[in-house]
Unconditional design. Structure first.
Length: 616
């Protein structure tokens, strides 16, 4: 596997809405390639891809798994991503380092919300893609309906290269429109095209041939002259058109029945690009000059870290893709983002949870290394003498939050460190301390995301926590103008305390905050005590008169007062300001501000915040 040339590498990401069958498809791919000797099942928790305890328990993917295998002299690195949008960070990281994609569409459900988001992410990266219509054996499966939905929703030219034979319980195989042969069952036994499909197959083949011809001038001339394109010419045209983004080939099958999976792998190898076909740019952090990188072992080293995993046995496991050069075991590299040198120990090829030791990871390939000290997801590893920074991964902002509390004092002592390691592993998680409610807030992409993060704290780091709905940091304000006197007088023998102020309180527009105005004339309040009045008012603002929440959007004007030449002091005027606040705000129509959602609609998810606190 180490001697595979760059031109024979394929890095392909599997994408779909949750439940469309990506993991079953990746398992069937491994089985067909001989990487595993039996087909695992998601329902039984026996797949190579879904090995995490949470994945086995919930029966769906929560991590991106790297699944390499060899196929007819090629090496294919399959990235099996989660289908649920709570784990969109895993999806975006996998798309960032892939060269092509297979979009899996469920034959009965058709194009779903997750499918549309995945299509958008692929378009942002301009990744060539195939569509695999899966679960053709499922009840209500409708290949034509799924194809129609694809054409209606996405501005692309979808070109079927296969035609299913039957559907639902009668699904038996597919017609290969290039060879015009039928292939039946999981053994892909060759047969004649059923008579009832001959007309449709001929029509679809003509459309496919036309799409293939348009990608190449030589093929166009031959096609316009009325000559039939050969099978090899059709494949060459389809490959050129797919890699250029002109067409999207559509295939079909059933991952659970292992029908059409081998043909899909053939299509991945034939139509999707190798790493050399997609050069990438890096920036020299010293000169700020851009440099184009080729997938060539002779070039300087540049590798992007796309995933960090807290492995309970080997510690921190760092996944990377090498874009140029080669990384070797037991060597040193430079982290250009952290301006630090890292020592690489043993390098691995990863297949699910299996770690296969290798001597080096070459340009275009994907590998992993354990126990790096400063490197995190999105960092670039390179040579110190030739520093380069590759563009990182754009992770979305969290949209759901929960307050978390340690169960015991021992959990409290370990919680901070465990949370830091958890966020290293998953950059879409965020943790902050709310100063208004004194709660620790854990934010993620959804309820399941936060719940799984809480369980991982316990299983991986031994920290038990309780989650709850975050308290809303309400605010108070006033609705009308009011004035009040605050008089603080205390005499206990000896020097006393005296401070006397008159303050007018006025409402301000939302978002204005607090404004203090000095309107004192004639020295009624000495200048040296006015800052103490303002300080006292600012302290009083933190605890409103309605329910004890901070008071906002208010103007306080100090317009009169009195003082004692001996007993007056800063503390006395601060306390007088407190008294004036309590009286004046109580008479100024105080109200509790209801939470207002600030919603920014975007093409991915809605970012919701309440007073600056992210909530779901």
């Amino acid at each position: 596997m180490q001697d595979i040339a760059v031109g024979r590498l394929r890095n392909v990401v599997l994408l779909s809405h949750g439940g469309a069958g990506k993991t079953s498809l990746s398992e069937a791919m491994l089985y067909n390639a001989g990487a595993v000797n039996r087909l695992g099942r998601v329902d039984e928790g026996t797949t190579v891809s879904d090995y995490d305890a949470e994945e086995v328990r919930r029966k769906f993917s929560v991590n991106t798994s790297v699944l390499p295998f060899e196929w007819k002299g090629h090496k294919v690195n399959v990235l099996d991503t989660p289908g649920y949008m709570d784990f969109v960070g895993e999806v975006k990281a996998a798309i960032r380092i892939a060269d092509g994609a297979v979009l899996v569409v469920e034959a009965a459900a058709g194009v779903e919300v997750g499918t549309e988001l995945d299509w958008q992410y692929l378009s942002e990266r301009e990744l060539p893609r195939l569509v695999f219509v899966n679960k053709m054996d499922r009840e209500n499966a409708d290949w034509q309906q799924a194809l129609n939905q694809l054409r209606e929703l996405f501005s692309a030219t979808f070109v079927p290269v296969q035609l299913p034979i039957g559907a639902q319980a009668s699904f038996r195989g597919y017609v290969d429109l290039i060879s015009m042969k039928a292939y039946l069952g999981d053994k892909a036994e060759e047969a004649e095209i059923p008579a009832e499909l001959e007309g449709q197959a001929a029509e679809l083949r003509q459309s496919m041939m036309e799409a293939a011809a348009e990608a190449d001038d030589e093929l166009v001339m031959k096609y316009l002259e009325g000559e039939e394109l050969t099978a090899d010419e059709i494949r060459r045209g389809l490959a050129l058109a797919t890699r250029a983004g002109q067409i999207v080939p559509v295939l079909c099958g059933s991952a659970l029945q292992n029908v059409g999976v081998a043909a899909l792998i053939d299509a991945v190898v034939a139509y999707l690009p190798d790493p050399a076909a997609r050069p990438i740019a890096g920036t020299n952090p010293v000169t700020q000059e851009e440099e184009r990188l080729q997938a060539d072992v002779a070039q300087p080293v540049a590798a992007l870290v796309f995933k960090t995993l807290a492995d309970p046995f080997v510690g921190k496991l760092t996944y990377f893709r090498v874009y140029s050069g080669a990384l070797a075991s037991d060597s040193r590299v430079y982290n250009a983002n952290r301006n630090a040198e890292e020592r690489l120990g043993q390098l691995y090829m990863i297949r699910g949870k299996e770690q296969i030791p290798v001597k080096e990871v070459r340009a275009g390939d994907i590998g992993a290394v354990a126990k790096l000290q400063v490197t995190n997801t999105g960092d670039t590893l390179c040579e110190r003498g030739h520093p380069l920074v590759l563009s990182g991964i754009e992770f979305p902002n969290p949209v759901f939050s929960a307050a978390i509390f340690p169960k015991t004092k021992a959990d409290l002592d370990k919680m901070s460190t465990a949370l830091s390691r958890l966020i290293e592993e998953d950059p879409t998680l965020r943790v902050h301390r709310d100063p208004d409610t004194n709660e620790t807030i854990l934010s993620g992409m959804g309820e399941s995301h936060v719940e799984i993060a809480a369980r991982r704290l316990q299983t991986k780091f031994g920290v038990d926590i309780v989650t709850d709905v975050p308290k809303i940091p309400y605010r108070e304000t006033i609705t009308r103008v009011a004035s009040a006197q605050g008089r603080h007088k205390k005499q206990t023998g000896g020097r006393g305390q005296f401070g006397d102020v008159f303050v007018r309180f006025e409402p301000l527009e939302r978002g204005a905050g607090f404004e203090f105005v000095d309107e004192v004339f004639g020295g009624a309040v000495p200048k040296n005590f006015i800052p103490a009045v303002e300080k006292g008012l600012r302290e009083a603002l933190q605890k409103g008169v309605v329910a004890g929440y901070p008071t906002v959007d208010i103007r306080a004007a100090l317009y009169d007062g009195s003082y004692h030449p001996v007993d007056s002091s800063e503390i006395a005027f601060k306390l007088a300001a407190h008294l004036a606040f309590e009286k004046g705000v109580a008479e100024a129509g105080p109200v509790l501000l209801e939470p207002v959602d600030e919603v920014s609609l975007c093409s991915e998810l809605a970012d919701v915040s309440i007073f600056g606190h992210d909530l779901g």
